[in-house]
Design a protein around this ligand. Structure first.
Ligand SMILES: Cc1cc2nc3c(=O)[nH]c(=O)nc-3n(C[C@H](O)[C@H](O)[C@H](O)COP(=O)(O)O)c2cc1C
Length: 315
């Protein structure tokens, strides 16, 4: 593949990212575990797995189930808890000198906000972002916060009062109208949207005759999540972190052309640590081919919203 030297440095809020490719929450541990596998120069930020106010043991096994073209997971937000993260893990990842996005969550709205209060007090500034996980399908509740516009608005509004750091709302692809949810999060003060978490899915353990419920990720969901990013982009003006099934240079590029400002990779990063490099090369090739001068030009390049805007400004 042709290489060229166009640097891809992007601003997300006040922070400059060295790359538009970041890991998705949950596949990257707390940030330093994959140092020997992944070239950290090729990723824009460290993204932690979701942390909760108290340590969580997670769901019973099996938690990860292989599908034909992806994964079904039901981790149940297993994590060490925000306090231990701040004390033990944060000082280590800080030394990596990469922008850090901390993902936080909980079983209830109250737990999420408590966790946010804690992190805002202990790390009041300097993070690249705090991602509110409003979309984990594996915490025993049937309806996720980000499946409902009013609930999404309320929690983001309260979160906005707690922190002035860059606030990202991570949305569920299972909502009826993701555009409506995105608009609610934006109106409530979110700085960016992470779109999306996993799709609710099912598999079956034939040996144990057991139904497995969880969230589907990986290659299989790319056409679904890219379509939803395309739709979301038409409804909001804040940046979208496009996530869901990206598994190659071309799918990474396509997610950006649909409207993602930057992209996150989960399942494929576990299988292929070289994938950020492949995506960056694909983007550079496209930028050169289309003579794109500014990052904002490529974002949503094939989206009708962008095309309509172009027509309007031409008149
Ligand atoms: C094993 C596993 C663990 C995950 N843990 C989290 C998590 O802790 N917090 C979160 O917001 N999303 C979590 N996710 C969802 C991913 O961040 C991502 O949104 C989703 O997998 C879709 O992207 P992908 O198809 O590239 O994996 C997890 C996904 C997987 C596969």
């Amino acid at each position: 593949m042709e290489r060229n030297n166009i640097p891809i440095k992007i601003r997300l809020g006040k922070i400059r990212l060295d790359s538009p490719v970041i890991p998705a929450s949950g596949v990257f541990g707390y940030g330093d575990e994959l140092k020997s596998l992944i070239d950290y120069n090729k990723i824009g930020a460290i993204v932690t797995k979701t942390l909760t106010i108290k340590e969580k043991k997670g769901n019973p096994q099996p938690r990860i189930w292989e599908l034909e073209n992806g994964l079904l997971n039901s981790i149940g937000l297993q994590n060490i808890g925000i306090e231990r993260f701040v004390e033990k893990k944060f000082p280590v990842i800080k030394k990596l000198k990469k922008p850090i996005i901390v993902s936080i969550g909980g079983d209830t709205e109250e737990e999420i906000l408590l966790c946010l209060q804690y992190i805002s007090k202990r790390i009041p500034y300097g993070l690249a972002g705090i991602e509110l996980n409003l979309s984990c399908p594996n915490i025993g509740k049937n309806n996720l916060i980000s499946e409902n516009a009013k609930d999404t608005y309320n929690i983001v509004k309260q979160a906005r009062k707690i922190t002035s750091q860059f606030l990202i709302a991570k949305l569920s692809p299972n909502a009826g109208d993701v555009g409506e949810i995105g608009r609610a999060a934006q109106q409530a003060g979110a700085d960016a949207l992470c779109a999306f978490n996993t799709f609710k899915g099912l598999s079956f353990d034939w040996e144990k005759q057991k139904v497995l419920l969880g969230g589907v990720s990986g290659n299989a969901i790319f056409p679904l999540s890219s379509r939803l990013v395309y739709q979301l982009y038409q409804n909001v003006s804040i940046p979208i972190i496009g996530v869901g099934g990206i598994h190659s240079g071309i799918t990474g590029l396509l997610m950006i052309l649909c409207g993602a400002y930057i992209i996150g990779i989960g399942t494929s990063l576990m299988l292929n640590p070289q994938i950020p490099d492949e995506i960056i090369e694909e983007i550079k090739k496209y930028i050169k081919e289309k003579n794109i001068k500014k990052w904002e030009e490529i974002v949503g390049f094939i989206n009708d919203k962008k095309r309509e805007n172009k027509l309007l400004s031409d008149i």
